[in-house]
Write a protein of this length. Structure first.
Length: 69
């Protein structure tokens, strides 16, 4: 998970539902690509298969809809 912690602390998978995580991850990857392209800061952008693995993990461990507040 060193990819995720380049910019912030490790997120709690329970912070979002399985349905929300893909949207969140795609948004973060987009930010990483923009940072890599337009900043002097060195950022490692995950490969597509790594993004798929991250989303799968977070979705599996994400907040279940029946546990929503």
């Amino acid at each position: 998970m060193s990819i995720c912690t380049q910019c912030h602390g490790l997120a709690d998978p329970q912070a979002h539902t399985a349905q929300e995580w893909p949207i969140v991850v795609v948004r973060m990857v987009d930010r990483m690509r923009r940072t890599q392209a337009f900043s002097s800061r060195s950022v490692v952008v995950p490969k597509d298969h790594e993004v798929d693995q991250i989303i799968a993990y977070l979705a599996l461990h994400g907040l279940k809809k029946d546990h929503l507040p």
